[in-house]
Design a protein around this ligand. Structure first.
Ligand code: PEP
Ligand code: MG
Length: 888
């Protein structure tokens, strides 16, 4: 039998590696054990393993005999270390119970403090602490928390009772209430519980403890936890650990305090202690935003222009101890830490440490700074930055020159800029965002129930809460801009209107947030393109040094090509020529070509398109300055270009001098039942070779012109889409080579070029050996390859795929992250068969997966030469490719 419980602290050292294994004892438990082991002051406690959680959930919510015995023994460990007994009426041991999965997870039961208090032990606590007020305040906190998180009662009723009690006495702050006030409230709280539950608040401390353990276990399967898991790709079979720890009290008067801190600034990455604390308070007071927390350091206080003393000033000894602990933790974990601490009558206790959530900007600065400080090496720095987080930095920021109509100022809780329509609750945010609307979620404060709305929103604004409030922490983790604690915001949910400062607004009105300054502005404010400089540039240089695969881009407009090059693209992996056909100035020529009854008619229309296409390619080749450019010949079903409205037919009829009715008839003939498997891709080139001939001519003429004018010869890679057989490639390659030869002769020059194919049909993957006899390169079109391998339409998958992902049928959306077991097998097979025929065949990927880090890691294992991603994904792909190379 595996051990079910591990103890920590209290002067015992443990050498069982499972104690510090996050998969067994969870993030919180493992780090508590580790902090205790390196000699930091950690209140003694124990951790119940994640394995026990899963056993409990799978076995009918029953505790095993072994668990009961192990917990009893572990409790004795705490009792001995502290010198108090659990449930002792004279001098009770009190504990906290907290959940702790492998990764921190809002959405699960969080914390119960002061467990072990009842009508008898509260007297003992009063006597031993010499502080009646403290004892009764602790008891009422316990009843409230336990009722909320374990018994499932609405905390509103308790808060209301407290508000009434304060109002009756004309008090403003909780701290004004006396021992007897709290005692009276305890009695009211117990009545609330009895009324709601039909039975009294549990007085047996063992019942309290097991109730809390059951609640933590069960919270793993709560709806909120499931939503969070889905959004963050966390497997359901991890389970959560339970941490039970001796209480230390931050609410024992003015020499006691509680706080949360980061060893560096999690928003900017700056090397400055960062955090908040509250004198005479317990942990939840800081996060809940009921009292306004004070700054940790004097510098931070002065910078904010605040008057309440910082911890550095008010408690210099405890602060000194805290600062030493910060240094030790960073040296030990070689990373920025997010910690919780309590000062009990002058003594510092560490309650938690974990690697701190950070903005992308901070992640880069931390990684680069820590290499400079010798804490980590370049490879670790590369591994440490989540490629997807870079997305935050790759999007526009507010133009500093733009006019700002500032409505209010709050805390700069999560950087970045966002504009959108105000929405006042999470469900509305989700609904409106699903229709493509940009929304800003505005709440008094957020809680784990709001996660789906925060995810759907472009930005988050709260009226209450500090820099470590729920909204701030979650927004930073998600990379959403957030302004918190904007106290001049007041919301009326009944009328769905709000006031910001002196202005009245309604749900749906557009505002802009600047999460870097805390400003809230009316309307939409213009933005600027980002640049890869500073730490970003440095990390990218390191990534380039360590990656093997090249990174290209999917782009066809000169503007996109420019952006991609700025982001470091080393060529074009896919230029979809059809996008150029939609241009307003050419669409009628395209339509004329499609609706022609015969080749002669088509050629006539193609003549008009040739100079336009040539101009497109000329611009692309100029921007790409000698880098390889893969240009794909026309791919989509022709009817996509056709007119729909009567007026459009009439206009076209006038242009081409034909009868509108005749054009309509011809358009109807082109109708297909299943166009994605119909007359598209190379089938167009096989049936209407003149189309591909025109495109090939445009490519080669442009390439020759640019080679001549710039002296930098482009390397066109002409790509044939949707092939299934060698013969298709053979026929079209002959056409392309012949066109090239003609153009070269006309221009009196030659150029290096390649002809290759997309591999985007299962048959092509299987026949890759033969196809490689003709094709000089393969580019995996994993969008179509996914669609055709899974038999799932890429345009209709939305209706059912989310259910598939929810039920774990596919681990992630296979159109976002490559289905490695299925589609990946075909890619592997095609790569190896292609290489057998042509050892130097160039291999790349140009489906959406080329910008997805997990898929990029797979491409590295197959040994592809490059991945191709949309311009804004290029830096993500560069970093992901480096991480993949370092994985090998
Ligand atoms: C593909 O199928 O993966 C691809 C890149 O082509 P498209 O998305 O244009 O079909
Ligand atoms: Mg395709």
């Amino acid at each position: 039998m595996m051990q079910t419980v591990y103890t920590f602290g209290g002067g015992v050292s443990h050498d069982d590696s499972r104690t510090r294994d996050k998969t067994i004892t969870g993030g919180k438990g493992a780090n508590l054990a580790e902090m205790a082991a390196i000699g930091l002051p950690v209140p003694p406690g124990f951790t119940i393993t994640t394995e026990e959680c899963l056993r409990y959930l799978r076995q009918g919510h029953d505790f095993s005999q072994q668990l009961r015995a192990d917990v009893a023994e572990a409790l004795r460990h705490i009792e001995q270390a502290v010198g108090k007994q659990f449930g002792d009426p004279a001098d009770p041991l009190l504990v906290s119970v907290r959940s702790g999965a492998r990764v921190s997870m809002p959405g699960m039961m969080d914390t119960v403090l002061n467990l072990g208090l009842n009508d008898e032990t509260v007297q003992g606590l009063a006597a031993t602490s010499g502080d009646d007020r403290f004892a009764w305040d602790s008891y009422r906190r316990f009843i409230q928390m336990y009722s909320d998180v374990v018994l499932g009662l609405d905390h509103g009723q308790f808060e209301e009772a407290l508000e009434v009690a304060k109002e009756d006495q004309g008090f403003y702050a909780d701290t004004e209430l006396s021992a007897s006030d709290w005692q009276a409230l305890v009695s009211q709280y117990k009545d609330i519980v009895a009324k709601e539950l039909g039975k009294p608040f549990p007085q047996d401390v063992q019942d309290q403890l097991w109730g809390a353990i059951a609640a933590v276990f069960s919270s793993w399967d709560s709806e909120r936890a499931k939503v969070y898991r889905r959004l963050n790709d966390i497997p359901a079979d991890w389970g959560t650990a339970v941490n039970v720890q001796a209480m230390v009290f931050g609410n024992m008067g003015d020499t006691s305090a509680t706080g949360v801190a980061f060893t560096r600034d999690p928003a900017t990455g700056e090397k400055a202690y960062y955090g908040e604390y509250l004198v005479n308070a317990q942990g939840e007071d800081v996060v809940a935003g009921i009292r306004t927390p004070q700054y940790l350091t004097r510098a931070a206080r002065e910078k904010a222009g605040a008057s309440a003393p910082s911890m550095e000033e008010a408690m210099p000894d405890a602060f000194g101890e805290l600062a030493r602990t910060f240094e030790l933790l960073e040296q030990h974990y070689t990373d920025m830490q997010d910690i919780e601490f309590t000062v009990e009558r002058g003594t510092l206790w560490m309650l938690q440490t974990r690697s701190g959530k950070r903005t992308a900007k901070a992640a880069l600065k931390l990684a680069v700074d820590m290499v400079g400080e010798g804490l980590i090496d370049e490879k670790t720095a590369i591994r440490r930055v989540d490629p997807m987080a870079l997305d935050q930095l790759l999007h526009p920021t507010l133009d500093p020159k733009a006019k700002r109509d500032v409505l209010a100022k709050g805390l700069p809780a999560s950087p970045g800029a966002a504009s959108g329509a105000i929405v006042l609750d999470a469900d509305t945010a989700e609904q409106r965002a699903s229709k493509g609307e940009a929304v800003i979620l505005v709440r008094v404060e957020t809680s784990p129930e709001d996660i789906h709305g925060m995810h759907a929103a472009k930005g988050i604004l709260t009226a209450r809460g500090g820099m470590t409030s729920h909204a701030a922490v979650v927004a930073r983790g998600m990379g959403r801009p957030c302004v918190s604690g904007a106290s001049s915001v007041s919301i009326d949910l009944k009328t769905r209107r709000l006031r910001i400062g002196s202005r009245e607004l309604a749900e749906g009105d557009v505002i802009t947030l600047d999460g870097s300054t805390g400003e809230v502005m009316a309307g939409e404010v213009p933005t600027l393109e980002p640049e890869l400089v500073g730490d970003f540039g440095t990390l990218m240089e390191w990534a380039d040094k360590h990656r093997r695969m090249k990174v290209r881009t999917n782009a066809e407009t000169p503007q996109d090509c420019r952006v991609a090059r700025q982001f470091g693209a080393e060529g074009i992996g896919l230029a979809r020529t059809e996008h150029m056909f939609f241009d307003a100035s050419r669409i009628s020529a395209v339509r004329e070509m499609i609706l022609s009854e015969n080749e002669a008619g088509r050629r006539q229309a193609l003549e008009k398109l040739l100079p336009e296409q040539r101009a497109d390619f000329t611009e692309i080749f100029e921007v790409m300055a000698g880098l390889p450019c893969t240009i794909r010949l026309l791919d989509p079903p022709l009817h996509e270009f056709l007119p729909h409205e009567d007026q459009e037919f009439a206009d076209l009829a006038a242009i081409v001098g034909q009868d509108a009715e005749q054009l309509k008839r011809r358009a109807a003939e082109l109708h297909e039942f299943n166009p994605m498997l119909g007359h598209r891709g190379c089938r167009l080139g096989i049936t209407y070779p003149e189309i591909y001939e025109m495109q090939a001519r445009a490519i080669f003429e442009a390439a020759c012109d640019v080679a001549q004018s710039s002296g930098e010869a482009p390397v066109p890679e002409v790509m044939i889409p949707l092939v299934a057989t060698r013969k298709e490639v053979a026929i079209l390659k002959t056409l392309i080579d012949r066109t090239a030869a003609t153009v070269f002769e006309e221009k009196g020059t030659t150029l290096r070029y390649l002809v290759g194919t997309m591999i985007e049909l299962p048959r092509a993957a299987l026949a890759a050996g033969e196809i490689a006899e003709e094709a000089e390169f393969f580019s995996f079109g994993t969008n179509d390859l996914t669609q055709t391998t899974l038999g799932v339409s890429r345009d209709d998958a939305g209706r059912f795929l989310s259910a598939y992902v929810e039920q774990g049928i596919y681990p992630r959306d296979p159109f976002v992250s490559l289905d490695i077991e299925g589609v990946g097998e075909l890619v592997k097979l095609a790569a190896s068969r292609g290489r057998e025929t042509r050892s130097a065949i160039k291999l790349g990927i140009c489906g959406e997966h080329g910008g997805d880090p997990a898929s990029i890691a797979f491409c590295e294992t197959v040994g592809l030469d490059y991945v191709s991603a949309s311009p804004y994904r290029v830096p993500i792909a560069r970093l992901a490719a480096a991480q993949a190379a370092l994985q090998e």
